[in-house]
Write a protein that binds this ligand. Structure first.
Ligand SMILES: Nc1ncnc2c1ncn2[C@@H]1O[C@H](COP(=O)(O)OP(=O)(O)OP(=O)(O)O)[C@@H](O)[C@H]1O
Ligand SMILES: [Mg+2]
Ligand SMILES: [Zn+2]
Length: 451
């Protein structure tokens, strides 16, 4: 093996013979690290490599293996396909190990053989977490090891149905001399686990740490190798976690699942709307519930506005938490121009309760209503929910999937929904019992109805 070194971008895998401050390929700064360049011989040959007629290929109908967590199955597209490799990425401490230990427990309790390999924690540490999760684990095997070849050989010997590697950055292949976590190591580890999974038909999970900037070490190079990429995210100071698919070779990527982290581990939240509304104050000004979407699911969320005289004359604050700043600025301009309010001397704060981040124009009307409620010092009735996109001339535009939004609002006991008139005309034949629908053409109409 030649001992030639190269500088490799840890973000995108770009090679350079000399050090560069900035990667010319992905534009990241200080990501180039010197690594020994080694040639890895491709060993992809688990099928005879000759062309086969499409018709002669046996039907690829794969039975999916269900995890014990229904919400996770949904994100995976109905369960995990045997032989597939799932990468779960997330920031430090978000709960990746907890999630996969729970998944391992569920498989093990159904008498499936599970191998959980940790390159980061001792067996005692894992057991400690296991005790917190109430693990008894009949067929759960643990291995604390950082050498990939030893891990794979143990895995082949044990022949588990489920294989978990925690984490891709902590183990190393002895084929390479670069340190664990570098892009060539991470890639090699992923490749070997991928081959192991395919060859043995094992459902495999890889945990990957995400850097502060939100990228997996060498994200591009890992994402294209694996079958499924899931991201586990959360907000600081909030107990809920969101799991969503970024890539799925066997299912849609729009699904997401919400979990709550508690003392006994992660608990799936099957009714997110109720969860995010549970502490909503009633009869408070500046609060309105919007029917929005996260993934393929409708979600009710509370938007809050606060208007207060500014201390910064000439430069009042416009702060948003959980909403797009520019969109909010646009909506504030519409309120001033089209509704005749003036708040030049006021600070305005907008917030999505519960630490949620929502990014959908259908929440526009909610933002407008919350701000106006505050300006008028009048509360919006607690059983009213709204949705609709607001255009620059104050018109309310139709949004997608109105029926799903209405059903969600109805199931949580909302009695009145203010929605775009355009949506209403398509809904006439649909019947949602117990809910009063008010179609509006512009923001003025919406305000007359409410105030
Ligand atoms: N007793 C407890 N009650 C509630 N939450 C807890 C408790 N113990 C741990 N946690 C939560 O679990 C998190 C750690 O989970 P876990 O170790 O699975 O995360 P991780 O993503 O694997 O982290 P790492 O980056 O260290 O591998 C902690 O940040 C904390 O939020
Ligand atoms: Mg961990
Ligand atoms: Zn790069």
């Amino acid at each position: 093996m030649k001992n030639k070194t190269a500088f490799i971008c840890q973000n995108c895998g770009f090679h350079s013979p000399k050090w560069l401050g900035r990667c010319p390929s992905c534009g990241e700064w200080s990501t180039l690290i010197e690594e020994i360049e080694e040639e890895i011989i491709a060993e992809y040959s688990f099928a005879p490599s000759k062309p086969i007629l499409y018709e002669e290929i046996k039907e690829a109908k794969k039975k999916r293996v269900k995890t014990g967590i229904e919400e996770l199955n949904r994100v995976l597209g109905g369960g995990i396909v045997p032989g597939s490799l799932v990468l779960i990425g997330g920031e430090p401490g978000i709960g990746k190990s907890t999630l996969l230990l729970q998944v391992s427990r569920d498989f093990a309790s159904r008498a499936e053989k599970v191998l959980y390999v940790s390159g980061e924690e001792s067996l005692e540490q894992i057991k400690l977490r296991g005790e917190r999760l109430g693990l008894k684990g009949e067929k759960l095997y643990l291995l604390a090891e950082t050498n990939l070849e030893r891990i794979i050989s143990q895995a082949e010997k044990l022949n588990p149905q489920i294989f978990v590697l925690d984490s891709v950055q902590s183990v190393y292949s002895s084929k390479l001399s670069s340190t664990p976590g570098t892009i060539s190591q991470v890639r090699e580890v992923t490749n070997q686990v991928f081959r192991f999974a395919k060859k043995n038909g094992v459902c495999s999970f890889l945990i990957g740490h995400i850097t502060k900037e939100g990228s997996l070490a060498g994200p591009k190079s890992l994402e294209h190798i694996v079958d499924v990429v899931l991201y586990f995210e959360g907000e600081r100071d909030h107990s809920y976690r969101v799991l969503r698919a970024l890539k799925n070779r066997f299912g849609p990527i729009s699904e997401l699942a919400i979990f709550e982290m508690g003392s006994r581990g992660l608990q799936a939240i099957s009714n997110p709307s109720a969860f995010f509304l549970k502490e909503r104050p009633t009869d408070e000004t500046g609060s309105v519930v919007v029917c929005t979407f996260r993934g393929s699911r409708p979600l009710l969320a509370e938007i809050q506005a606060l208007v207060s005289s500014t201390l910064f004359t000439g430069n009042p604050r416009r702060m948003t938490v959980g909403l797009d700043h520019f969109r909010a600025a646009m909506l504030l301009a519409i309120i001033e121009k089209k509704l005749g309010f003036s708040f030049a001397g006021e600070d305005i704060y907008l917030n999505v309760a519960g630490g949620l981040a929502i990014d959908e124009p259908a929440t526009d009307l909610g933002v407008v209503m919350a701000v106006v409620s505050c300006l008028k010092n009048k509360a919006i009735p607690p059983d009213v929910s709204v949705f609709g996109e607001v255009g620059l001339s104050g018109e309310i535009r139709s949004v997608g999937q109105p029926l799903a939004r209405l059903k969600e609002a109805s199931s949580l006991g909302f009695k009145t929904v203010i929605l775009p008139k355009g949506n209403l005309s398509h809904l006439e034949r649909e019947n949602i019992p117990g809910i009063n629908l008010m179609g509006v053409k512009n923001v003025k109409e919406a305000l007359t109805i409410i105030f």
